[in-house]
Ligand binder design. Structure first.
Ligand code: GLN
Ligand code: ZN
Length: 766
């Protein structure tokens, strides 16, 4: 039996790597110093894992930016615009690919970034073109193996498998089937494995998480071809799958000629029996028992039962113990959390604690349970207090949840009947009303005020006064631009989820619970540990104040239940849908309080609704059903004349448009400007019935849109959607922009709307 790990967070318990990277990019430290920091982190992480009692420690999981980009660099896959002419892909070229800029100093678009499966980690998309050449072009991976060897770490190199890497790659230029590249790519993999063998690696972990996706037949066949070829390598391969069940790919995964198979039993515990049935006798089975995607302490007794059952079936020599996936997706060390209360802390396990859990399971099997009685007992006690604590189960919340019925999920009248009531009350122009998505520039000054208040250097009174000043400024600005529906600007919010989490019961916040999002960027997701309840209104005072400053309608601004859920660590002792409904009920109260305070329009942001889609298509509908239900539960209590907006930072709605329509928001604002409104086609084909604000300019770019550009985009939109149902607004919130950019952009946007109204009114009368 072996205990191992699949990957460890590289950012450092105090985000050491982040600070070193940023210092290097600012030119404050040199490359040698950055490399030293990397080496120190690797050594510390390896030691930590070895000390926890692991027999095999992953090597190659460290990255200065992103492990997918590391592989692209290793294969010499560098897009032409970076002006590379072969040789070693060095660290600076690597950073240019990640961050944009050609070595010549000319601007070059950074590689595209996108989410790694259903996590909040972003990888850099490999770009391949027809006739792509693959050549071993980086020694980083081998250097790290040598480093680990020199430190006497029992190492197990970790690679992304060829099919997963190729699946994640995007074709640039002339279109072709990227599977055509597989043979050439495999030649490089063969070389890499050869070298690893020469370096003394016995096992190599080869990650193929795409085996938990719905795969086209050609890709399944490619797996056979690829692994038949790699079979000749002088190392044993552990085919590693995670983030879900193998399902229809189980037969394939089990039969590929690799020495071992790793399966995710945290996400998909139910697959174990089928896996045991299909596993050939020559293979070892690595059980992904400890949840690598969440922060809860494991139920060790239950896991030992699973282990016993497995050992009985296939014998202990064939069983390995590990986490479900790399621990990259959880924070480093719970010990840093000195401010969490003891009870809550006893329920949690971060990466370091998860290593200990793996070590305990291993010892329980090899030395007997008595050898780890204390650890098992502690886990048992924590499980018990968590199950019984009044903080996790509030009878009032549960009773309310029981009482949800259809009437809470429906507006009184359908949209066509609500529309005239809302238009009359909101006093909007009959065509092309203008608005923004919520936030205005978050200047260093505003952040400073928030910090001073948090740290106790500014009292409540002073804080509110400063926020009011900022709100008044934002309102005045919007009136000057001539916007029709205003916002308060969100100066009091650090983050659209954290802000609400801090005001709701059932959420906890860590001090160092950072998880890498991309490159040097980290997020600190809230932890939803208990039943969610709203002790007091969260936004009403701010919005009421903002409304008092203007005659124009002020939009209430909330983050929706699905987004709050998807961007948090969620409790694992009840279905996600249930937790989501609890959040929805709390937000529903906020919506109704806003309405009672005289607010006539309320926006409920669902930025993360789409990214919450399950990896398997067959599970989409179930998710969409409860997600839409949660939104409706939040929104449907208002009177018909109150206008509900929602906002989503993307526009690929083709495959979920029916669910989007079922949310029944009166207005949806989305991102479309970069696609020249083409992405609106989803709404056209479906005949989306309500109002739409297709973003007219990309807020991620510092470019100022001209009046003409905006008019042209809206004309395209009006070819697709009846103009009386169109709004004019930016793509997303403006918090990352400066006032120097926002002033002219919004000025132009309002002017564009004015011209459009003239043009379309003339068309109507002609
Ligand atoms: N209301 C939020 C803002 O304007 C929305 C942010 C988002 O969609 N990501 O910042
Ligand atoms: Zn957005």
């Amino acid at each position: 039996m072996q205990a191992h790990n699949l990957g460890f967070p590289r950012i450092g318990a105090q985000r050491e790597l982040k600070f070193a990277l940023e210092a290097y990019w600012r030119g404050e430290i040199d490359r040698g110093q950055l490399e030293d920091q990397g080496r120190a982190l690797r050594a510390a992480n390896w030691k930590r894992q070895q000390q926890a009692g692991l027999d095999l420690v992953p090597v190659g999981d460290f990255s200065f930016y992103d492990h997918v980009l590391d592989h692209s660099a290793m294969f010499g896959v560098v897009p032409e615009r970076f002006g590379w002419s072969g040789g070693e892909v060095d660290l600076d070229l690597y950073f240019h690919m990640a961050r944009g800029r050609a070595p010549s100093g000319e601007p070059a678009a950074a590689c595209e970034m996108t989410k790694w499966f259903d996590t909040n980690y972003h990888y850099l998309v490999p770009e391949v073109s027809k006739g792509q050449v693959f050549r071993l072009s980086s020694q980083k991976f081998f250097d790290e193996v040598r480093e680990a060897r020199a430190l006497d770490i029992p190492f197990k190199p970790v690679l992304i498998g060829p099919l997963t890497w190729l699946w994640l790659a995007k074709v640039k230029g002339e279109s072709f089937d990227r599977l055509e590249l597989l043979d050439d790519l495999l030649a490089v993999y063969a070389e890499v494995l050869e070298e690893l063998g020469a370096l003394g690696a016995e096992w190599v972990q080869i990650d193929e998480p795409i085996l938990v996706l719905d795969l086209p037949t050609a890709w399944k066949q490619a797996f056979e071809k690829a692994y038949n070829r790699l079979q000749a390598a002088p190392v044993k391969l552990l085919l590693t799958t995670y983030f879900g069940a193998l399902d229809d790919n189980l037969g394939l995964a089990a039969s590929l000629p690799t020495a071992g198979l790793h399966v995710d039993l945290a996400r998909a515990p139910e697959q174990l029996d089928a896996v045991l049935d299909r596993l050939p006798a020559y293979k070892i089975l690595s059980l992904g028992l400890i949840d690598g995607r969440n922060i809860w302490r494991a139920d060790l007794d239950a896991l030992l039962t699973t282990l016993d059952r497995t050992v009985e079936r296939i014998g202990s020599e064939r069983v390995w113990i590990g986490p479900s996936c790399s621990l990259l997706h959880v924070p480093v060390d719970l010990e840093s959390e000195t401010e969490l209360d003891g009870e809550l802390k006893s329920w949690l396990a971060f990466a370091t604690q998860k290593l200990d859990e793996i070590g305990v399971l291993r010892r329980a099997l090899t030395d007997g349970r008595a050898a780890v009685a204390e650890a098992l007992d502690a886990a048992r006690r924590a499980g018990k207090t968590r199950r019984q604590s009044p903080r996790t189960r509030r009878p009032e919340v549960r009773a309310r949840l029981e009482q949800i019925d259809g009437s809470l999920l429906e507006r009184n009248r359908p949209y066509p009947e609500r529309r005239p009531l809302q238009r009359a009350r909101l006093d909007l122009p009959s065509l092309f009303p203008t608005t923004t998505i919520g936030s205005f520039p978050q200047t260093a000054e505003i952040r400073g005020v928030r910090r001073a208040w948090r740290e106790g250097n500014l009292d409540e009174h002073g804080y509110v006064a400063r926020m009011h000043e900022e709100i008044a400024h934002v309102v005045r600005k919007q009136e000057e631009y001539g916007l029709d529906m205003l916002v308060h600007g969100e100066p009091e919010r650090n983050d659209m989820v954290e802000y609400f989490g801090e005001l709701l019961d059932g959420f906890a916040f860590t001090r160092f619970g950072w998880v890498q999002s991309y490159g040097s960027r980290c997020v600190k997701p809230p932890i939803i540990y208990g039943d969610v309840q709203r002790p007091a209104p969260m936004t009403v005072d701010w919005i009421r104040y903002a409304q008092s400053l203007t005659e124009r309608p002020m939009k209430g601004m909330l983050t929706g239940p699905v987004t709050i859920l998807n961007w948090s660590f969620v409790r694992d002792d009840q279905p996600r849908a249930e937790t989501c409904a609890q959040i929805a009920l709390a937000l529903r109260d906020e919506v109704l309080d806003l309405e009672a305070a005289g607010i006539r329009a309320i926006q409920i942001d669902e930025a993360a609704l789409r990214e919450g889609l399950p990896l398997r298509r067959s599970q989409w509908q179930e998710y969409l059903d409860w997600a839409v239900r949660a939104f409706r539960l939040t929104a449907s209590g208002v009177r018909d004349e109150t206008q509900i907006h929602t906002h989503m930072c993307y526009s690929e709605f083709n495959d979920i448009i029916e669910s989007i329509a079922e949310m029944d928001a009166d207005v949806i604002t989305i991102e479309t400007s970069r696609s020249q409104m083409e992405l609106l086609d989803a709404f056209v084909n479906f005949e989306y019935p309500n109002e739409i604000g297709p973003g007219v300019y990309d807020i991620h770019s510092p470019n100022i849109p001209t009046v003409e550009e905006i008019v042209a985009l809206m004309r395209l939109a009006a070819e697709r959607i009846p103009p009386e149902r169109l709004w004019v607004n930016p793509d997303c919130g403006l918090k990352t922009r400066s006032w120097e950019e926002v002033d002219p952009a919004l000025h132009n946007m309002v002017e564009a709307a004015r011209r459009l109204r003239e043009e379309f009114a003339a068309r109507a009368s002609a």
